[in-house]
Design a protein around this ligand. Structure first.
Ligand code: NAG
Ligand code: NAG
Ligand code: NAG
Length: 297
């Protein structure tokens, strides 16, 4: 009985495939349907967010690290957005390149070391903002910590924001993105875009280009889930004006000041409170959520 039952199921499946094969229009329609019927984002338990990809195993923020995270079941892939000298947006955590790339051994770039003041601290190193995208793409990414798996060092290059988004969009189920707009004050000081555009404008333009928009849990959002995160309150307020996608204000230890307004956590919460009070016309969806920074390794 059992095998008979299986046999009839197989026959039914064959009939179905044969039927649509015989009708190219129906088959095309069927394929469209299949594309629309991607397994949706799960919403029954807390989201599993792959912080910088599967970076314990594969160097952080590389294509391979994100693909592995998706394979491992991540609901969202997380990244940090910085910019190159020529204004391209890249997925990279530090403003300097030495801790996670081979820049220090690249003699052709030895003269490119600089010192800049970043968030009130003088830093010396090779900064992403002093390299074109082409130059950044020639670097090879490595692990940040020696206790991690070192076997993939030197195998992958730096990703662009566009490439990162395409990885999420090409997953065989709905995978959300969780980009942080990184060091926006510093980036806006160092990088100039045409038409007086700011880092935040380029960031949101990229998201909109791929259809990322909509309030949390809206139909648009569920198709392309997105959370925007930043440590800089002014940046989030600016972004609130150009997209209604959900935003998260990141907060470090309670004593660490914000990147831009130089306030501690309690003060920044108050600032947001006042912003809402003094801008009563601001719809609630434009109000950033509050969250805490994670220091995961
Ligand atoms: C690079 O790594 C060193 C040693 O862990 C650390 O002190 C430094 O803060 C790191 N640099 C950046 C830009 O994170
Ligand atoms: C950084 O270095 C410059 C040049 O030496 C100096 O003028 C500035 O005060 C320094 N900034 C900080 C925060 O130490
Ligand atoms: C929001 O956009 C309007 C119109 O472009 C502008 O006048 C206003 O200053 C913006 N607000 C913020 C907080 O950037």
């Amino acid at each position: 009985m059992d095998s008979l039952w299986h046999a009839s199921v197989i026959v039914l499946v064959l009939v179905f495939i044969g039927g649509s094969d015989a009708n190219p229009a129906a088959r095309r329609h069927g394929q469209l349907d299949v594309n629309h019927k991607k397994q949706p984002l799960q919403t029954s338990r807390p989201y599993n967010i792959a912080h910088r990809g599967s970076n314990g195993e594969i160097p952080e923020e590389t294509a391979a690290a994100y693909l592995r995270a998706i394979e491992e079941g991540a609901d969202f892939i997380e990244t940090d957005i910085l910019a190159s000298e020529d204004g391209h947006l890249i997925c990279f955590h530090d403003v300097t390149l030495e801790n996670t790339t081979d820049i220090a051994s690249r003699t052709e770039f030895a003269g490119r070391k600089r010192t800049y003041e970043v968030e009130g601290v003088n830093m010396t190193g090779w900064f992403t903002v002093d390299f074109t995208l082409r130059e950044l793409k020639s670097l090879r990414v490595k692990q940040r910590f020696s206790f991690r798996d070192q076997q993939y060092n030197g195998k992958y290059n730096i990703l662009t924001f566009d490439e990162f988004i395409l990885i999420a969009l090409h997953a065989d189920r709905v995978v959300g993105i969780y980009p942080e707009i990184k060091n926006p004050i510093f980036i806006n000081q160092q990088v100039k875009w045409s038409g007086g555009k700011k880092f935040e404008d380029k960031f949101v333009e990229t998201l909109l280009k791929y259809g990322y928009k909509g309030k949390y849990m809206s139909e648009d959002w569920l198709k392309k889930p997105l959370f925007i995160q930043s440590f800089a309150p002014t940046s989030l307020i600016y972004i609130s004006n150009i997209t209604n996608a959900p935003k998260l204000l990141l907060i470090d230890d309670t004593t660490v000041p914000t990147q831009d307004t130089n306030q501690v956590r309690s003060a920044v919460s108050t600032t947001f409170f006042f912003y809402q009070v003094h801008h009563p016309k601001t719809p609630s969806y434009q109000r950033p959520f509050l969250t805490c920074s994670h220091t995961m390794r």
